[in-house]
Design a protein around this ligand. Structure first.
Ligand code: CAA
Length: 283
């Protein structure tokens, strides 16, 4: 039974996972490489909880309770008694493998490990661990407090019991799950990324303006954001990274990044986070 949740990496995704877990009453311990990053993550969560208070969706006591459920540490060894550890570190195979190797030694034998990777093969991350059967993908969506879905990814080695526990955990924090195989893009990104790449190709080939491409999908298909706005929101670098992994795996032009996307990433146009992507956010 899961009572204590570890979250590695307190960027946007990790902070969201920590928040929704703490809101559901779990005891959460967050880990990152510096106190500064940990404090920034907690400040971000506090800001969202304050907004919920402003909207009358939460009271001060509720906020205090959620924040009291979250402890922070820079030491991976402090996660030794967690029942599940969800890794949301940077999308880099070597870094993630290093984290899991250390956790494998530090954490109790029954603990389940989960990765929030959007694109790296989940089985590859587990391959050198003692507990490769207790390893699963739990892929959340941004913004985590809002998006209802979690993809639960089964590797060749994931034990049925581990899969079930991870799925039940995701449901216990208010998410709906879908089961996915350990293939690039799982379910969502395998559909979403080619769609975003096609929208960028339309823009690159001047078939329509960026505003018209976005409005067409918002007004014509009821999407909350058009594809170019969504690419800015996800990050052009993240979109390119996922596309390259999918292209490497399948060698299918469907997943080939348009030259414009690569040029923009190389020039530092990363989307909302850098102040400029397909749109200008600097103001
Ligand atoms: N964190 C937490 N809550 C947020 C938030 C954030 N970053 N941004 C918005 N919200 C909340 C707001 O507080 C608001 O909450 P209430 O309903 O309680 O008032 C609610 O979301 C709606 O927000 P807004 O009214 O400000 O704005 P909106 O209606 O335009 O919604 C949106 C914003 C939820 C981001 C919406 O535009 C949307 O759903 N966009 C699509 C997002 C999407 O597709 N995400 C998946 C990306 S793919 C991915 O994550 C996976 C990957 O591997 C790449």
């Amino acid at each position: 039974m899961i009572k204590k949740v570890g979250v590695i990496g307190i960027g946007q995704m990790g902070a969201g996972i920590a928040q929704v877990s703490a809101q559901a009453g779990y005891s959460v311990i967050i880990n990152d490489i510096s106190d500064e990053l940990l404090q920034r993550g907690i400040r971000g969560i506090t800001k969202l909880l304050d907004k919920a208070i402003e909207k009358g969706k939460l009271d001060q006591a509720g906020k205090d309770k959620i924040l009291a459920n979250i402890k922070a540490t820079t030491e991976l060894a402090a996660l030794s008694d967690c029942d599940i550890v969800i890794e949301a570190a940077t999308e880099n195979m070597a870094i993630k493998k290093e984290i899991f190797a250390e956790l494998d030694k530090a954490c109790k034998a029954e603990a389940i490990f989960a990765t929030n990777t959007s694109s790296l093969p989940v089985g590859d991350l587990a391959a050198s661990l003692k507990r490769r059967g207790q390893f699963v993908g739990l892929h959340f969506f941004n913004p985590v407090p809002v998006m209802k879905l979690v993809e639960v990814v089964k590797t060749l080695d994931t034990a049925d019991e581990t899969f079930k526990t991870a799925k039940t955990f995701a449901e216990s924090i208010g998410k709906t799950t879908v089961s996915a195989k350990d293939t690039p893009g799982f379910v969502v990104n395998a559909l979403l990324i080619p769609y975003l790449l096609d929208a960028i190709r339309q823009y690159e080939n001047e078939l329509a303006t960026r505003e018209d491409i976005d409005n067409a999908m918002v007004l014509g298909c009821g999407h909350p954001m058009g594809p170019l706005t969504l690419t800015d929101f996800i990050g052009l670098d993240t979109t390119l990274y996922i596309a390259d992994i999918m292209y490497d795996e399948f060698k299918d032009s469907h997943y080939a990044a348009p030259p414009l996307l690569r040029r923009m990433v190389n020039a530092g146009y990363l989307g909302k986070k850098s102040g400029h992507g397909f749109y200008d956010y600097s103001k």
